[in-house]
Ligand binder design. Structure first.
Ligand code: PLP
Length: 325
């Protein structure tokens, strides 16, 4: 199933919140990547033989791209800046411990660690810069039709196909529920999902006479960084989602015990397991927002963007941290 995820209702921060269960979209794709890579899943690319991507060794995009490559019979070259000893050691415990890294490795992904020190000396700020340097080499070996370069985190125009599909499902659902004012909320990384969703709602909602706004928070680099990311994807600021925060600046991938406590509370009270990288920040920011009575007259829909395989790495890290406090 690649579209039409179900919607649940939970009690959160003293009110009713709807949860769009994109984590249930496809067993082998994180919800977010099922949307972002929908374009590649539903279309044929008869000449393509190889995809080239980059990101963290723990990223669900590594895993999802490895599944996509396997399904399509393509080779995946995935560039990472660092593979920690801990992540590497998970290969010994596979399949007892299944993580994004081990499963991608098992799926035949070619996971390539770049010399990040050297790359930085060559002026690279992001892994995408490394890919840009490698591009001519690839295009010497393969034709442009044979190879797909996918930016880090699926941050590309192709992502619109699946994200617009998500937007369409939300409008249909809201109409079915007779909702006239809806805040759609999701934690952002690159901001791609949030900005394309907002763009879609602006286009569609005028005709539908329904008021849908996208709210988001930053989990990487802070609010200014996220606003800049939006500008790169869509220079028209009037089409950007609203960024909210809880007054704290978080560092991506860092462990925060109060957030883990909140994540556990939500798991216990709602029975829904959220991811441990984006959602603890997302939940904390939304909780603060609701408690400050910022959206009394609007329904709230939280998008569960999957990423649960990453919990195989995050949960033991949190448990070790808890044991050491
Ligand atoms: C589980 C999960 N949540 C949130 C996000 C953030 O999405 P975006 O990068 O589109 O902001 C991602 C993206 O990788 C994700 O995998």
């Amino acid at each position: 199933m690649l579209s039409h995820s179900p919607t649940d209702t939970i009690n959160f921060a003293g009110r009713q919140v709807f949860v769009k269960r994109d984590d249930k979209l496809h067993p082998n794709f994180s919800g977010n990547k099922a949307r972002k890579f929908y374009h590649f899943l539903i279309n044929d690319f008869p000449k393509v033989t190889r995809i080239v991507g980059s990101g963290s060794a723990q990223a669900n995009s590594l895993y999802s791209l490895s599944v996509l490559a396997k399904m399509k019979g393509w080779q995946l070259d995935y560039y990472v800046s660092h593979i920690s000893a801990y992540i590497q050691s998970q290969l010994q415990t596979y399949p007892v411990i299944v993580s994004n890294f081990t499963q991608a490795h098992h799926n035949g992904a070619n996971i390539i660690q770049v010399d990040w020190g050297q790359a930085k000396l060559s002026g690279c700020k992001h892994l995408d810069d490394v890919i840009n340097i490698l591009k001519p080499e690839y295009l010497n070996r393969y034709s442009e039709q044979q190879i797909l370069f996918i930016p880090e985190g699926g941050r590309c125009e192709y992502a619109k196909t699946g994200i617009y599909q998500l937007g369409c499902e939300i409008i249909d659902w809201a109409k079915g529920q007779n909702i006239s004012a809806l805040s759609v909320y999701l934690p952002s990384g690159t901001g791609t999902t949030a900005v394309f969703l907002q763009q879609y709602f602006i286009k569609k909602c005028q005709k539908e006479i329904i008021d849908i706004k996208v709210l988001t928070c930053s989990t990487v680099g802070g609010d200014t960084y996220l606003a800049n990311q939006f500008c790169e994807l869509n220079p028209d600021k009037t089409q950007h989602p609203t960024i909210i925060n809880d007054g704290n600046k978080y560092h991506f991938g860092k462990l925060y015990l109060p957030l883990f406590e909140l994540w556990n509370d939500v798991l216990e009270t709602s029975g829904i397991e959220f991811d441990l990288l984006y959602d603890p920040i997302g939940l904390s920011v939304l909780k603060r927002y609701i408690e400050a009575n910022q959206c009394p007259d609007r329904q709230v829909l939280y998008i569960h963007q999957g990423g649960l395989l990453g919990n195989a790495t995050m949960l033991p890290r949190y448990k070790r941290k808890l044991a050491n406090t």
